[in-house]
Design a protein around this ligand. Structure first.
Ligand code: URA
Length: 315
């Protein structure tokens, strides 16, 4: 059994995924981090008909924290100028949220009528002027962040890993115990599965993909992050997207999908389409941890990955 076959077996994908009319993939093609179009899985996906149309993400979230988009991000349009790194941006925008709002413990559903979107909630949380912030400074800001209670309870922040020029961005939920200990996203069991998923489409975490999470601090007992925690952390992810400028974003799991699409729809409803996220195609799939609990869903993830490859190849 070659490495590719072993990997596909691990994902419950083999031999289901080999299209009969395509040549059998060569192990050598996935051994080295080759350009995407040289990888068999990618070629196979590229051969599929282009049957997907981009679905616009909700207009309110169809943006990233680029050097000019931050004023909308923070809801502080008066305070933040459009100029990258403008000195007049008040430094205290990074201050803790208002006392009147005990928002850090809220969940999406508890948030209440009239304020039922993450975006609306986020307007209350001035996360700071991130426009013009570069990678090292952003990492430092994440490290120093005290916007929610998670920072006090975690060992260290988990910023992200990978090539800062990568075409592919993978977004998970938040660090677990092992990630918290190592300071790197997806290093535990679900991370090993994610690595296999990446390899299946010719990617590697330190070569041609960037991996991060919606929240950068481990929630206690690995619980899902609360709405307020997501809202506080999201500007960091958006700035990462603005800096990375990926050609494609894959969001894994409900938390990441909710955060970036500002939708509380089920994952089953959200997946299978290509969303337009500030001009970047975005694809939703199941979280690797969910796949560990429900391996039969790996088939759907493979469909999603093929859609992702097909989409990036068509750009
Ligand atoms: N689950 C996530 O969502 N992210 C990690 O980094 C690890 C597990």
């Amino acid at each position: 059994m070659d490495r590719r076959e072993a990997m596909l077996r691990e994902m419950n994908l083999y031999p289901l995924w080999v299209r009969r009319d395509l040549p059998a993939p060569q192990a050598a093609e996935v051994e080295a981090p080759a350009p995407l179009e040289r990888v068999a899985a990618v070629e196979a996906a590229a051969a599929l008909p282009q049957t997907y149309e981009a679905v616009p993400a909700p207009a309110a979230v169809n943006e990233v924290t680029t050097d000019s988009a931050m004023q909308e991000e923070t809801g502080s349009a008066e305070a933040v100028t459009e100029e990258a790194g403008d000195e007049t941006v008040p430094p205290d925008l990074f201050a803790a949220p208002h006392d009147e709002d005990d928002w850090t413990g809220m969940t999406f559903r508890e948030h209440g009528e009239g304020e039922d979107t993450l975006r609306a909630f986020q307007r209350k949380v001035a996360a700071g002027p991130l426009a013009g912030v570069d990678w090292p400074e952003l990492k430092q800001k994440v490290h120093d962040c005290q916007l929610c209670a998670l920072r006090a309870g975690c060992t260290q922040t988990v910023f992200g890993v990978g090539d800062q020029q990568a075409d592919w961005l993978f977004v998970g939920e938040g660090p677990g115990e092992e990630e918290d200990a190592e300071g790197e996203p997806f290093v535990g069991e679900s991370g090993r599965l994610l690595d296999n998923m990446l390899i299946a489409i010719g990617l590697r975490r330190n070569a041609n993909a960037y991996i991060t999470n919606v929240v950068k601090c481990r929630p206690p007992e690995n619980r899902p992050p609360h709405l307020g925690e997501i809202a506080a952390c999201l500007p960091y992810l958006k700035r990462q997207i603005g800096l990375l400028k990926p050609r494609l974003i894959v969001v894994m799991g409900k938390t990441a999908a909710t955060a970036l699409l500002d939708s509380d729809a089920t994952l089953a409803t959200l997946r299978g389409r290509v969303y337009d996220y500030a001009g970047i195609p975005l694809i939703v799939t199941y979280h690797p941890a969910y796949l560990l609990r429900k391996p039969t869903e790996k088939a759907r993830v493979w469909e999603d990955l093929r859609l992702a490859v097909e989409t990036i190849n068509a750009l």
